[in-house]
Design a binder for this molecule. Sequence first.
Ligand code: SD4
Length: 334
Amino acid sequence: MKRRDFLKSTSLTGVGLAVGTTLTNCSENSKTENLASTTRSALSLPLVIATWNVPNATTKAWEILQKGSNALDAVEQGCKVEEADINNQSVGKGGLPDRDGNVTLDACIMDKNGNCGSVVHLQNITHAISIARNVMENTPHVMLSGKGAEQYAYKLGYKKENLLTEASKKKWEEWKITSKYKPIINIENHDTIGMLAIDKNGDISGACTTSGLAYKMAGRVGDSPIIGSGLFIDNEIGGCVATGLGEEVVKTVGSFLVVELMRQGKSPQAACEEAIKRIINKPNSDYKNFQVGYIAVNKKGETGSFAIHEWFSMTKFHDGKNENIQSKFIIKAK
Ligand code: SD4
């Protein structure tokens, strides 16, 4: 299904209880000018945003935040919804495979203290995001890859699963007839979920999980598990997650760039726009033929999103309202 049709066939959904807290003091140790100014503004909390149209995932995260749990739990649980959804062919179980028919997952997570964990090229385990969280919390490392990550998951008690569903296998078999590899703008293999949440204490966490680009080369890793590229959080400033052609995000360390631009005073929207400009202004950039999108939030709870091409969207659950918001873009779809 084309992204555009997908958007048409899904409506803006979701309701919830608005039990928002008002934040008047973000942090006891305000260290920056930026933060000093945010502490003066009132923010209705909590808040969650995610890449693409993922109302079920943001609802899950919102429910967790409403119960008073922290942003880290919210983003992990929210992402797990998409990982378990076999109809999302870009994430977790049911993800489209690489060109050899193997589903390989990339994921990372980052907390309010700047801790991070990541798994790369993980096979046979649906909930890559939970393994990434375990790497962060229970190992001395930041990243685990391939077999090591898989073995670690088994040690944690996860069971081996076949992630290649019949539907994804069929698509892969159809693809094999021509075996042409070309990133396609805004279709289902661009439904990676990146999620950012601010909890009632004003603390920010983020997560990102994907099966990566469909029919990629065996061993290919994208931006999504790379801290600073697919995701970056600085609890004093804000957070950002990326989606789209990971190779292009990595080249500009996109999410870190967006957070740094916010640190310099840009709004989340302006920071996302600037980071996209960095990609398209590269000499000989082929940006007309690939998609990259960013979503970002700052400590004030302001959000932004921007993409190269039309039809990227952000799902936002705030003040009891779950909305899918179309992003601004550079190039209009034909
Ligand atoms: C990647 N950035 O592996 C991911 C793909 C993606 O929605 O975002 N898909 O390059």
